[in-house]
Design a protein around this ligand. Structure first.
Ligand SMILES: [Zn+2]
Length: 133
């Protein structure tokens, strides 16, 4: 392999994986904001990166730009409690998500919004990938 190719691949692969990962986060909730249910246009770090929050599924939730921007560096659950659209079921879902229990989180989101469809097929696929990793 040419030395330049190696550099190129090193550069390309993490970006590709990051994009796939971001996509899968949105897929979990059917591209809806975990806080308010509007279309999710961004990934929100529950514990902000400025406070040492990691870019892992347990710390990253799908959020609309409005919620993401408004929350800023505040504690997610504390911020969420003050919102007009606060729903205790969603708060529980966020908590479950942070604990890595995505299945419970999605059930709670479904409870909060009967129109919300859980794509269990995607969930199973991702779980397998997670195990393999
Ligand atoms: Zn939102």
């Amino acid at each position: 392999m040419h030395i330049n190719d190696a550099v190129f691949l090193e550069d390309l692969c993490p970006k590709f994986r990051l994009r796939q990962w971001r996509k899968s986060i949105h897929k979990f909730t059917g591209k809806s904001c975990i806080y308010c249910g509007k279309p999710s246009e961004s990934i929100d770090h529950v514990l902000p990166r400025s406070q040492g929050g990691l870019s892992i599924t347990e710390n990253c939730v799908p959020a609309c730009l409005s919620c993401n921007g408004d929350k800023s560096d505040e504690n997610a659950l504390y911020w969420y409690r003050k919102q007009k659209f606060y729903d205790p079921r969603r708060a529980m879902a966020i908590r479950a998500w942070l604990e890595g229990d995505l299945r419970l989180a999605l059930r709670l989101l479904q409870w909060a919004n009967p129109n919300f469809k859980v794509n269990s097929k995607i969930y199973e696929t991702d779980k397998q990938n997670y195990k393999a990793a």
